[in-house]
Structure formats: C-alpha cells, structure tokens
Ligand binder design. Structure first.
Ligand code: NA7
Length: 889
C-alpha cells in the first residue's frame, strides 16, 4: 500500500496534542503487533499500536535487502488463528520473499481493518509507570502522548541493527547500506565494486544476488557459518498434503512440538546408527532444504552432545568442500569454532558456489582483520580494497536491543529496565519483568522466540497475554506483576535448560556475544515450544503462580512460587511416566517387578561403546555370583571400580545399570566390575551386604586377572547399591581389607529412619516413592535388624573410612539420609565431597542419555573417582559442562 494511503487510514489521533487514553498500547506493527491488536479488539479493549515504520511489517518492513526471505517454510510461518484467513491466502513459494511476506501482513491488516488503530511513523520516546494512576504514560516523538493501563512490547527480536563497530565508516565516500535498514527505493548495484561485511543469514542470502550484479564483490568474513541449500520452489508436496489433510491437527502438533514445526522427536542416538545410516539421514535432510528438519531429525544427540554434533558438522563441511573449487577458500568457509546449530545455520541459494565466480573474493578476517574504513574502501592489516559500495550485513542487537532501544522504560520506584537488565535480561517466562507491572513482551528474552517458528510463538504469547488481561478485568484486578521469586526461579530454569543444548558453546547473537560489552548468557528459552506452552498454562492453572494481582480497595492475590523446579528433562520423563499410569511397583510382587523393570529398561537408549565388555563369575559370600566387566579402550592396567547396582536389594542385576557403568568407564578410563549380588526376598539381610564385601575382596585379590592395577580398588553404587558400597567400606576397614581408595555413593540408602523431610516432601510423584521404599525394606530386612550398620551404615562407626563422594538429588526420598551420611563422615574426619543436585530425581544420574542434565554430575563423579585413584584431572568440555545445573556443596 502506498505510504500516502497508509497515512490517510492511520489513526486519527496521530496529530492530536492531547493524551490518547487507551486500555492497551502496543509497540510494533509486525507479526506480533498485528495479531495482538486483533485479539485486543475482539476482547473489547481499546488499543493503539505505535509503529516507527511507515507501514505494517515490523522486521519485514525494514529488511528489504536483495534475497531476503524467511527461513522457516512459509506454510508454517503464517498465522493460524483464523482458518478463513488460511484459506484466503496462498503462498507462492516454499520460502517466501520479503515482498511477499510484507504483502501478506498488509493483507492481514486490511482484512481485519487494523490500520485505523496504528500510528505509523511514531516512536515511543519514554515510558513511565504511574504508580498512583496505575497506568503507563508514554511520550512519543510525534502526536499525542499515550496513557494506557497495559503496555505491550511487540518489538521483535531482530529489529535493532547493531552499529558497524569499525573505525572510519563516516569517511567512506561511496554508498553505505545496512541489510537491516535497506532503502525502500531501488538500489543499483550493477557494475559496481561492492564489499559485504558479515556472513550471517542476511549476508548469505544477499551475497549470491549481489555477486551477479557487481563488477567485483569482496566478502569480509569474520566467522564462517553453516548453510544448507533452501531448494526453494513450490511448497514440498509432503508437507502440503500433511497440512491440508488435517489443518487443525497439523497446527496443533506444531504448537506442542519442540520448535513450532510439526516434526516428531528423534529417538535414535548417533552411535546406534552405522556410518551409512547416518549418511543416508543426512543426505535426506540436505535434500529437504529445511532448517528444522536438519536441526532435529538426524539423531537424538545431534543438538545436545558434542560427539553427536561433530558428526553432522563434518558432513556439512564435506558438502562445502564438494562445492567450492579452491580448497583454501573451502576451508576458510568451513566453520570449526561452533557446533552445528549452536549458531543459527542459514538457508542459501548458491551461496558456496558463488565463491567459484571470478568476480568474488573472500577475505578471512581471522587472518587479516579490518583496520579501518577509508574514503575509498576497506583496509585490512594486509591489503586495501577500493570499493564503491559497502553493505553491512552485521546483524542486530538481538532480543533485548529491540526492547531497550525504543525508549527508556521506567517501572515501579523509578527503576529503569536498562539498569535491571544490566547483567542480562531478567524475566518471568520471557513475558514479564518484576518491578514493571502491566508490561508485557511478546517473544521476549526467556521465551522460545528465535529458537522456534516465530509465528507459533507469537500467537501463543499474544493469546496468553490477552487471555490474562480478560481474566484480570473479570476478576476486578487492575495490575499484574511477576514476583521476584518467580523471576529468580525462571532464571534458574533457563540456566538448567541451557545446559541441555550446545548453544552455550558458541559466540552468537543468541548469547549476546555479537555486541561488544553486552552481558552474556543464552537468551532464548531452550526447553522447547511445547514444554514452554505447558508451563505457561500451569502458571494459570496454578492460580497465576508467581504473579501479584492487585485491584481497587486493597484487593490482592499472590500465589508466589517457582513454576518449574525440576530439571527440564526430568520434568519430561516424569510427565511421560505419569501419563503411562503405571501400577505401583510394590503391588507387582518381586518377580512381577523384576519383569517390569526388564521391560522398562528395554526402552532406554543403549549405553555407549567402551573398549570391551565381558562377563564372568566371582566368589560371593555364599557361592558364585555373576559379574559384568567394562574395560576402557586405552591400554591398561587400569584401576578397578567395584560397582553395585540399584533396585532396593530386590530388583536389578549386574547389567541393569549398564548405560551408567559404560558412562563411568568412558569418563574415568577405569575398569568397572558390576556385581550381581543376591537379592531379597529370596536372600534377606545380610546377604546383599556380605556379597558386596566378599565380591570386593575377591576382585581385589584377582585384580591382575581383570587387567586391573595392583593396589586398592574403589567402590561405587547407586541407591541400594550405594548402601552396599558404603557398608563394604565399613566391613573392609573392620575385617582387615581389602584396601579401598574411595567410595562413590549415588543416592544411597544409609539409614532405616523414614522421618527425614525428604521422605515426606518426595513421598510420591518422583518414581521412587515412600511406599516402594517401605516395600524394599520389608522384603530385605526385618525391623529388628534395621539398625545394624550393615544395612544402616549411618549408624556404624565412621572413622577411618575411605574418602567419599556422595551424590544426592533434590526430589528423592533418600536425599536427606545421603546428606546426613556425608555430614557424618565429614564429622568423623573422612574426606568427603557432596554433590547436591538440584531439580534431579532418584534415577536421574543412571538414566544416561535420557536425563541430559545429569551429564555435569556424572562428569564430577568420574573426576572424583579418578582423584581417589590418583589419576590426573581430565580436560574436556564434553565431560564437564558449566556448573549451572548442579548445586554442589
Ligand atoms: P547475524 O547472523 O548476526 O550475522 C552478522 C554477521 O556479521 C556475522 O557473520 C558477524 O560475524 C558479522 N559481523 C558483525 N559485526 C562485525 C564486525 N564488526 N566486523 C566483521 N564482521 C562482523 O545477522 P544477520 O542479519 O545475518 O541474521 C540475523 C538473523 O536474521 C538470522 O540468524 C536469521 O534468524 C534471520 P560473527 O559471527 O559475529 O563473527
């Protein structure tokens, strides 16, 4: 629509000098602003949208550079709120161009007559919370100021271009363009000498087109990026058919998916697939030309594990080498500094092939940084390039820049948003900020936003906000504000989620690393669109958990708290278990429970490869016992860890903790011997304890036959196995050996008391229940024997025991007795370290490759074992991700 017509149809209030009073003011008339205005109107709120641009479109209004397109398939990158709208619009391409997306947004604005409430060409200069009036007061650069009850930032995540940060831009005599602020009039690049700085999406989309027009194109690349061919054209038939066969189901699936596009969760892990299988999957993804496909559908560990990711990265690099003829240029274009997907990969059309053109030069700024921009061009510390045009494709001050650059926002007690966010954005759900009542952000930092299909996330946010405003109005409240508790809890949950993916390992605009001086941290929510949606719903069903609502005459409601305390993957696993509606294990009978466990274990990912796995028999307290041995691939001899599995002295066997044993073997570089000790009710107390001790002695005596290092062994165990390991240490001390160098106790049973708070707090809902523990105790040990240190080691003598590493989990009935054992050992002078893992449950650490957030804890356990054995520390990011998910004491 021509600008004059837009102006004519824009809000009447534009030129008025008086204050415009509305229920809700919205900043931004892009995808988010348009939908929210539509919803607000339908809900009966008076609203105005303030938009700096001359028309609707938001980021699509400004980003008009050659080749600009969306990178989510357009059938997914569309509004879904109105089936009639979906029928009324047909996209012409798989990935629409910027002009087509802009036409679509104009079409939507016309269809719902939205422009009459949008003030174009209007920038908000200042927003201040008026405490007494309980309203936001907005000053604008044009026309009336605005007074509104609620203030919604629909400013987009990538709308504030960052400055070039290169000296001399002002001295350049030629033409300068920014991809993020491309002129509306035609730019003639034909026959010119052009420099493009930046190789993110904008650079990669525009470079092939600019190369066709330019006499000479020089690309200045600081960091190579992964790109895959878009294979643009008409929308792929399979996706189209899927959508058209059941539109509602397709859309609903997208809403509950991880990335906002309906793809299933991939379950196969990379090491379960052969090279040929992996290649086949990769080629299929490459041919699909779809970011979400290649980012999620190869193998389950591609985005969460460095090793799983390296396989994809190498396959992409192979493709680059296949296209780019000059091997040095191919190498310069190949990313090595970040995992695939940790930085947003790009969709391209002939990007790599462009470097085969004679008129294109790549300058690798890692080898020759830009020194300055001069009157005639660009100088690196090796050469000078005379150019007519410089195109800055240097990106955005993402996510926070768009909100903060609009104006100073001053909330309760005169606090400004920029001061509150000085160390990085603090939000509750990415939607609200404590201290800023009635302020909402659409797809703000702390929400899935840029890690999702924005269209889906925008609709979810807009719906959530408008529904809340309606509920607030109905309940007679006037303000709504996040509490500090909720916000702090969300920050912790965000950090927990950030350990799940590899985004933390790359310097990107996701983490604020692209803007000098900006606080670092993964800004978008990495837990996924579906999980996020269910959390937002839980906030509501939990009585607006974490919000303070206030109304006239002192009316107030505050259900304070944190919405998620579990680790994100623990939450998913427990949710799935709850859905299975399993009968309590203790009602199955011992054999029934064992059969159940066998079945249950079949569904878990197989453990990772180790050097060698063997089986054999050893001598227990009353006859032979089976064992399973895990040997590292490195040459021996290795220290030996004697391992006792979990299962309440009733369930499990020498291979039931197979993935955990493999993991410990790989991480420690030691031999793990998992002992199949006798079980109750067939063999009651003290059979398991005596077997544990006897097996340890036997293994120590036969260490050389196992390929073990002579000298002390180590013991380790989980749950009841932790109990056996602890007891073994006491018995070894009292019975003259064998020497034990250290004990790793993971969620151990240490005492027969059920009175500690963790037994009540976590009595049900976390798989190991109080009822199940009662059953285990009853089957194993009569009440009269329970205070015997061979089953309640906490009650034994603790002096002179080997050093210990004790792991406890927040949501475990056994938590407090594990902590008590650690404290008591320390008091008795035993060197002890405790890992108190927050958000984890009893089975977290043995569910290897299911509970990804357990990696950091297992890395620490392995380090502890290596320390006990006198081995040096290991250096690897894979082994020890940052400490943000585990609170160690
Ligand atoms: P990006 O992805 O942030 O890319 C910006 C590029 O510019 C990137 O290659 C940067 O290198 C480079 N850059 C930034 N500043 C400089 C300076 N000072 N010198 C040299 N090179 C520089 O922005 P885009 O606009 O391409 O894409 C943003 C998103 O829009 C995209 O991910 C899609 O979601 C759509 P660096 O990597 O920082 O070393």
């Amino acid at each position: 629509m021509p600008e004059a017509m837009v102006a004519a149809r824009a809000s009447d209030a534009t030129n008025s000098a008086t204050t415009q009073t509305v229920d809700v003011a919205v900043v931004g008339a892009g995808f988010a602003g348009l939908y929210i205005l539509h919803r607000l109107r339908k809900a009966g709120f008076s609203a105005v949208v303030l938009e700096e641009g001359g028309d609707v479109g938001g980021t699509w209004y400004w980003n008009r550079y050659p080749g600009a397109r969306c990178d989510i398939q357009t059938i997914d990158y569309s509004y879904t709120f109105d089936p009639e709208l979906e029928k009324a619009w047909t996209w012409s391409e798989k990935y629409a161009t910027q002009p087509e997306i802009l036409r679509y947004l104009g079409f939507v604005a016309d269809r719902y007559d939205l422009r009459r409430d949008i003030r174009f060409g209007t920038k908000v200069k200042q927003a201040t919370w008026d405490e007494a009036g309980e309203r936001w007061q907005l000053a604008t650069d044009k026309g009336a100021s605005v007074s509104c009850r609620h203030y919604i930032m629909a400013t987009g995540c990538l709308s504030s271009p960052k400055p070039p940060e290169i000296d001399g831009v002002k001295d350049f005599k030629g033409e300068v363009y920014f991809t993020g602020r491309w002129p509306h009039e035609e730019v003639n690049l034909k026959g010119k000498r052009i420099a493009v700085i930046g190789t993110g999406s904008s650079g990669i989309q525009s470079i092939p087109i600019i190369a066709e027009q330019a006499a000479q194109l020089t690309v200045f690349q600081r960091t190579p990026n992964f790109a895959l061919p878009a294979h643009n054209g008409t929308a792929p038939a399979d996706r189209k058919t899927m959508l058209e066969s059941d539109r509602a189901a397709y859309r609903e699936q997208a809403r509950w998916s991880l990335a906002g596009v309906p793809y299933p969760q991939q379950m196969d892990v990379s090491w379960q697939l052969s090279d040929a299988e992996r290649r086949e999957r990769f080629e299929k993804a490459w041919a699909a030309g779809d970011l979400v496909h290649i980012l999620t559908q190869l193998w389950a560990d591609q985005a969460v594990d460095v090793d799983g990711n390296k396989l994809v990265s190498e396959l992409v690099r192979e493709k680059i080498r296949g296209v780019v003829k000059d091997p040095d240029i191919a190498e310069a274009l190949s990313p090595h500094d970040h995992p695939f997907g940790a930085k947003r990969p790009c969709l391209d059309t002939n990007y790599y092939a462009t470097y085969n053109r004679p008129n294109v030069t790549l300058v690798n700024l890692r080898q020759e940084p830009i020194k300055a921009i001069t009157a005639s061009g660009i100088t690196t510390d090796k050469r000078s390039f005379d150019v007519d045009v410089i195109v800055f494709a240097t990106g955005f001050d993402a996510m926070t820049g768009a909100i903060m650059a609009v104006h100073p926002i001053t909330g309760r007690a005169g606090k400004s948003l920029s001061s509150v966010w000085a160390q990085g954005p603090q939000t509750y759900l990415g939607l609200t900020v404590a201290g800023f009542p009635n302020l909402f952000m659409i797809t703000g930092p702390g929400s899935p936003s840029v890690l999702s299909n924005m269209a889906v996330s925008i609709e979810q946010h807009a719906d959530w906000v408008v529904d809340r405003l309606v509920a607030l109005r109905e309940a007679g409240f006037t303000t709504m504000e996040a509490t500090e508790t909720a916000q702090t809890g969300w920050a912790r949950h965000m950090a927990d989620c950030a350990t799940l993916t590899l985004h933390r390992l790359a310097n990107t605009w996701y983490t604020g690393a692209n803007v000098p001086g900006k606080a670092r941290g993964v800004m978008p929510y990495t837990g996924g669109v579906g999980p996020y949606r269910s959390i937002c719903n839980e906030v509501v069903s939990g009585g607006m958990l974490g919000f303070r609502l206030k109304g006239p005459n002192g009316a107030e409601q505050c259900n304070d708290g944190e919405v998620v305390r579990l680790q994100p993957d623990v939450r998913l696993v427990l949710g799935m278990l709850a859905q299975m509606n399993l009968p309590p294990i203790e009602t199955m009978g011992a054999q029934g429970a064992r059969d159940f466990l066998d079945e249950f274990n079949k569904a878990r990912p197989a453990g990772r490869p180790v050097g060698e796995v063997g089986e054999g028999m050893l001598q227990g307290a009353d006859g032979p016992l089976p064992y399973k041995l895990y040997r590292p691939a490195t040459p021996g001899p290795h220290p030996i860890v004697v391992y006792f599995h979990g299962g309440g002295w009733v369930l499990g066997d020498q291979q039931s903790d197979d993935p955990f044993c493999r993991d410990m073997c790989r991480r420690t570089g030691m031999i793990i011997v998992s002992v199949g000790y006798r079980h109750a009710p067939e063999h009651r107390f003290p059979a398991a304890a005596e077997d544990g001790y006897a097996a340890t002695r036997w293994i120590a005596e036969h260490a050389a036959e196992f390929g073990g290092k002579p000298g002390p062994v180590l013991v380790a165990g989980w749950s009841a196995g932790g109990n056996i390991a602890a007891v073994t240490c006491q018995l070894a001390r009292d019975r003259g050996g064998p020497p034990i160098a250290g004990q790793l106790l993971v969620c151990p049973v240490t005492d027969c008391s059920f009175d500690r708070p963790s037994y009540t707090e976590n009595a049900a809902g976390y798989f190991l229940t109080r009822g199940l523990m009662f059953w285990f105790w009853d089957l194993y040990c009569s009440p009269a024997d329970r205070t015997d240190p061979r089953v309640s080691p906490l009650r034994g003598k603790l002096e002179g025991l080997p050093p210990a590493y004790i792991v406890t989990c927040e949501f475990d009935p056994l938590r407090d007795e594990g902590i008590a054992y650690g404290d008591a050992l320390a008091k008795a002078g035993v060197p002890v370290e405790q890992l108190r893992a927050h958000g984890q449950f009893h089975s977290s650490f043995t569910m290897v490759d299911v509970i990804i957030t357990g990696v950091s804890g297992r890395a620490k356990m392995a380090e502890a074992l290596r320390g006990f054995a006198g081995l040096p520390k290991q250096e690897s990011e894979r082994r020890a991700p940052p400490e943000i998910n585990v609170a160690a004491k």
